[in-house]
Design a protein. Structure first.
Length: 512
């Protein structure tokens, strides 16, 4: 069975594989969040990263130690006049070459959990060998005539500098500095304990203090590196989580848009199928209610026919509004624009709604501009806007109320029509609900006639198609004002007549 995403042609089929994918993604996101919140503790998580950083540092600083060994050898030979340090230099350079070869080989291999531990142990063993080389310097004693303060200073400075170089270049390799200089420390403490010489004791004490200091320093640097790696890992995980969330959001939005578009297209295409049987129901029920073909024997049949006609008309109005809104959402609501007068259209709509207003003893006051230029709009659509707003005003205005209709200019050069009533009004927090599809206010539900809740959304959509604006103002227990605005670019300004001017006489040319 295919688990591919469903297309827009099968929106009614449930894609059961999606739930499993969402569960897996949600589980991965939850695991990541728990790891970010509680952590996994310890530096073992970043052993491979630390080893990679150590390898990179060792390759970039490969020439520092050989230069230092050559410098120490030269100064040592100059002070002692002995060639023993040359052999030491050869051994030191050899162990450094072995360490460099091991680092290069480790750099070429792919580091896994097993190989990381193995290479860590190999490099640590090489560092212990390096410590044995430097232990020779610590244990080296010049001939008695040459054993002076200069040589002791030279040996102490050499060991301290070597300790600094090795500690700084190996702080990303755990325990490397400590394991390297344990042989050196042994070589210093044993002579100091046996000879009880004050110089040997001072040298050993200084080296112990320096070793502890560099150990603390390297531990802090290692912890800082681990923290930086942890932050980097958290950043990568958060980016991955955001990408997953964005992907899920985009997919959900795409599916919602496709489902909404499919719904709108379906409803828009059902116009003929729904209206045809309803028209038949309305026509036959009206014929029966008016007894065109003869009287009905039972008077209840006439009452039932009237109920059927009234219910069918209500259902047809509801279907018409739903289909109008669906056509607009589906992009199949085309405007048939022409020149029209907003004043004349408003007067026609007032005449159409006057009968309903008189039934509730509602007075309709008009405040129209004396003259307004024509506008470029769809007359049928604008008529629907005005009738929807006026029907709402009549519906929600109590017995003996008043409705004020204004038509005029806007401050931006456009034209507007305002319909204001003195009904119960709408609470401010319910205005967004009223402007949404099928939305109705609490007071309207209790006190007014039942409606579909689609009148105002259709008004908004039609005005948006005309690049216009709809404003709804309301105060509780004071009334509601609905304003429909057409932009200035739809107003057809008439050009002034061109005054008659005298014809310009052609200039006579003279030829020499």
């Amino acid at each position: 069975m295919s688990k591919s995403a469903s297309t827009s042609t099968d929106k009614n089929i449930v894609d059961r594989s999606k739930a499993h994918r969402n569960k897996a993604v949600a589980k991965a996101v939850k695991t990541t969040r728990e790891r970010l919140q509680y952590g996994q503790g310890g530096s073992n998580t970043f052993d491979r990263d630390m080893l990679e950083m150590h390898i990179s540092t060792a390759l970039h600083g490969a020439t520092i130690m050989p230069l230092f060994i050559i410098l120490v050898t030269g100064l040592g030979v100059y002070l002692t006049r002995e060639a023993n340090l040359v052999a030491w230099a050869i051994c030191a350079l050899g162990i450094h070459a072995v360490a460099l070869m091991a680092v290069k080989r480790a750099d070429k291999q792919e580091l896994t959990a097993i190989t990381t531990t193995r290479w860590h142990n190999i490099l640590l063993a090489i560092q212990i060998g390096t410590g044995c080389i430097w232990a020779y310097v610590a244990a080296y004693s010049a001939p008695p005539p040459l054993e002076n303060a200069y040589f002791l200073f030279f040996k102490g400075a050499t060991l301290l500098i070597a300790l600094a170089i090795i500690s700084m270049s190996n702080f990303m390799l755990p325990r490397a500095a400590m394991m390297t200089f344990l042989p050196v420390l042994t070589a210093l403490i044993i002579p100091a304990a046996t000879s009880r010489s004050i110089t040997d004791i001072i040298l050993a004490a200084m080296f112990v203090v320096a070793m502890l200091f560099f150990h603390y320093l390297t531990e802090r640097l290692a912890q800082s590196s681990i923290k930086l790696l942890s932050f980097q890992s958290e950043k990568d995980d958060l980016i991955a989580e955001l990408e997953v969330a964005k992907s899920m959001s985009d997919e959900a939005r795409r599916r919602a848009e496709e489902a909404n578009l499919a719904k709108s297209r379906f409803l828009a295409s059902m116009s003929h199928e729904l209206r045809t049987p309803l028209n038949a129901i309305l026509g036959f029920s009206e014929v029966m209610a008016t007894e065109v073909l003869g009287p009905l024997n039972n008077p209840l049949y006439k009452e039932y026919s009237s109920d059927i006609h009234r219910s069918g008309k209500h259902l047809l109005d509801l279907i018409n509004e739903i289909l109008d809104l669906s056509r607009i959402e589906a992009g199949r609501y085309d405007l048939h624009e022409e020149t029209m007068s907003l004043l004349d259209l408003a007067e026609d709509c007032v005449g159409m709604i006057q009968l309903r207003a008189r039934a509730k003893n509602i007075s309709i006051a008009q405040q129209f501009e004396s003259s307004l230029p024509l506008v470029w709009a769809d007359e049928k659509a604008i008529r629907q806007v005005i009738l929807n707003l006026m029907s709402n005003a009549v519906k929600f205005t109590p017995q003996g109320g008043e409705i004020m209709i204004k038509v005029g200019w806007t401050a931006g050069g456009g034209q507007y029509i305002s319909i204001k009533d003195n009904g119960p009004g709408i609470p401010e927090e319910e205005i967004p609900v009223v402007l949404s599809a099928f939305g109705q206010g609490s007071i309207a539900i209790k006190s007014a006639e039942q409606g579909t809740g689609l009148g105002l959304p259709i008004v908004q959509a039609i005005l948006a198609k005309h690049d216009g604006q709809f404003i709804l103002k309301s105060k509780l227990r004071e009334g509601t004002e609905a304003i429909a605005i057409l932009p200035a670019k739809r107003v057809l300004q008439s050009l002034p007549a061109i005054e008659d001017t005298q014809a310009i006489q052609p200039r006579k040319r003279s030829f020499a």
